[in-house]
Structure formats: C-alpha cells, structure tokens
Write a protein that binds this ligand. Sequence first.
Ligand SMILES: Cc1ncc(COP(=O)(O)O)c(C=O)c1O
Length: 453
Amino acid sequence: MTATVRPTTAPAATRNYPFIKTPVPGPNARRVVAQDEAFASPCYIKEYPLVIARGEKAMVEDVDGNRFLDFMAGIAVASTGYGHPKVIAAIKAQADKFLHICGSDFYFEGLAELFERLAKLAPGPSRKRVFLSNSGAEAVDGAIKLARNSTRRAGLIAFKGAFHGRTYGAMSLTSSKVKQHAGFGPLLSEVYHVQYANPYRCECGQAHADCHLHSIGAIEELFARQVDPRDVAAIFVEPIQGEGGYIVPPPQFLPALRALCDKHGILLVCDEIQCGVGRTGKMWATEFAGIEPDILLTAKGLASGMPLGAIIAKESITKWESGAHGSTFGGNPVAVAAAMATLDVVEKELLPKVPALGEKLIGAMRDLQKKHPSIGDVRGKGLMIGVEFVKDRATREPAPELARALVEKSFEEGLLLLTCGKSTLRLAPPLVIDDVDIDIAVAIIDRALTSLT
Ligand SMILES: Cc1ncc(COP(=O)(O)O)c(C=O)c1O
C-alpha cells in the first residue's frame, strides 16, 4: 500500500503527521497486541490498538511508522509532550547521579526544593506542607488518611460521577462506573455521594446554570437526614469533573462548598490530579474560584509522565506524626527532577499560551456544534475541553456509540482521542500543541463526524 500523508489544512502540509502508512493496527502493532493480550491481566481497558514506539511534542509514532497527532496526552499526563528536551535532560542528569533514596527516611536537595515549590505554588495564603506519592490514587488515599487523622472524624463526601482512583480508599470515593466497584466490597465505610454541579445535566432533569444550588442542597439534605456534619472529615471535589465527563461546574460551586465546609469544620479537598498543572490555563483549576482548599492533590501532568503525585495541605491541618504515613518510592529522585523541569517548562513556556489555544479549540468545537446536531454541549477551560454527543438535542439523550465510533475513526485517520462520561469526547492534548495542531485535529473530527452521521 502506498504511504499517504493526510494533512487537512494548508499549513498542516508542513507537518510530517498525521501520517498513516499501514491500516491501523499494522503488522508490528498486531504482534505486540497479541503478546500483550496473551499474558496481561484482563482488567486493562485498552482503548484502541495504539502501540507507541516514540513520541515528540504532540506527535506519537507507532511501531509500524504511523504518526499520530495526540489530543489525549496519555490521559492528560504528557503535559510537556512526549520527551521535552528540558525534562529529558533533567531526568538524565539525575539518573547519572543516583536513582533512589527513600524520601520518607532520608533527604536530598531536589526533594526539599520540590516540597518548597509545591507548597508555595498551591492556591491561597496559608502555609502548606507537602507529601509525595507515586500516583494519583495514592495521593487520594493519603489525603483520606490525613483528613481523618486531622479531624478525628470518619465521614467523607464525594460526588456522583467522580473519579479519584482505584486503590481502596480512592475507589470508595469514585462513583464513575459501577464495574469499578463490582465484586470489590466492602469498600470504605462512611462515604456519601451527592450530585455534582452539572449545568448541562442537573439531576433535576433540566440544563441550568444554578445547578450548584441543587448540589449544595443535596449535601444539606444529607446533613439533615443521614450524617451529622460534625462527623464529616472532608469533601473531595474535582474542580472540573474529569472521567465523569469533563464537566465544568458554575463558578459559584467551589465557593459554596468552601462556605459549607467552613460552617461545619469540614476539610475541602480539591482533586486536581487531572485538571491541575496548567491544563486549564491556570496552574490550578481551583484558582478560577478564588478559594483556598485545605488539601490540593496533584499527579498526572506533574512530572510529564514520570510517576509522581502530591498532597499539598495547609500546615494548620497537617497534624499527623512522624511515621504515620510514608512511601518507599514516593518522591523518587528521577520523578522529582522531572517534576521540577516540568514546572519550569509549564510556568515559563506553556502556561502563558494555554488560554489562547483553549479559546481557539473551544471556538472551533462550537463551530462544529453549529454544523453537527449530534454535538449537544461544548464546555471546558483551557486545554481541558469536553464535547458531549447526543441522539437528540431536545432530549439530550446521550449517544455513546457515536462518541466511541468517532474515537475509532479518528485513530484510523491519525488523531488520538479519548472519551469520558457517557458520551463525551475529551480533548486534553499535550500543552505543547500549536494552532496548526488544532486545525489538523478539528478537521479530522469534522470529517469523521460527517462520515458517521
Ligand atoms: C481526578 C482524578 N483523581 C485521581 C485519579 C487517579 O490517578 P492514578 O490513575 O494516577 O491513580 C485520576 C485518574 O484518572 C483522576 O482523573
């Protein structure tokens, strides 16, 4: 088969991607997939048969030489792209010195620097303290422990549709898909789920901007009937709900939660594991609300893909004693070096460009919405954009098959996408994309939608 470059706009012709030379998956990819499927535990999801060989900026090349434009960043992780030279240099320099020392028990310069940097980077004036984990879920579990230990209360409130991870504590807060709980019980006790503030799909059945009132009302109802607020340690909230559908709540939602927490001495935990580190156009999505959480959680984009998470908590609530919590690998020196370089790159190079790129991408998706009736809602901040597909705009009935088919078709055309929620396309590209990448991605999505509907 002749190799075909599939540029979609005139400037895109200057790029060497997307470039699809074999039908995907190609022969090498099929071999790897077969080996993987023969031995991997069956719980893995595997969205589509992408077998990566290398990457550069927002380009991913597979083992057959096909080149894709990535608009999912390895699930919102590759913040600085695939192998930013400054991040790679920091990783190599650290690897040359030492690979490991247990940060829970010993010291090193990079660790102390990252503690200080994250403590000062978190929103709000209070002095903070930092704990480093290996993953998002571990940060969530640590935050559950910290909140309970600090308040000596057991109750935890989280939101329907939330995704906080898959370890026992995090999984107990997660309320995204039932198969993430099925057969695993008993989960953590004293966890309560209430409706998230979803302007497009409020639980009252309407689409409306005051949905935060219904969400806060649901918590007040919980306090009246089920759990005394004096028994609640923390409310865990994603400032923009990620896996649940890239849902942007009204601006009053987080301030209302903050006020409720203050009234009852409850800690507010902002899970920024997916939406943090510059993705929304601010370092932390919480900053849009102008509130200070008691605990902020980060992971995913923090170290450009090296495994690292962090619990950044107000010093005033960080009362656990030495040895109460720890980790052998958390704060690994190579991951720490990657995080310092990532924060440099995000703060100096990428963050200033995210708002304009986000405006362009969301604007282009709103233009597509005018053309394609299957697009029910377009929402987002910065480069965290959700496009929800519906069977009918009037009923807002979700169209999961279309969202799925769009992702598959785009993969065949050289664009990497992912869904979230029931029928939402999530656009979470590496923050290194530019205007041309947006033109390419939008043209592929447009073409795919035209062919599918
Ligand atoms: C908001 C949020 N919290 C927690 C997690 C869990 O992170 P990890 O997969 O690193 O455990 C995720 C992962 O998608 C997430 O999106």
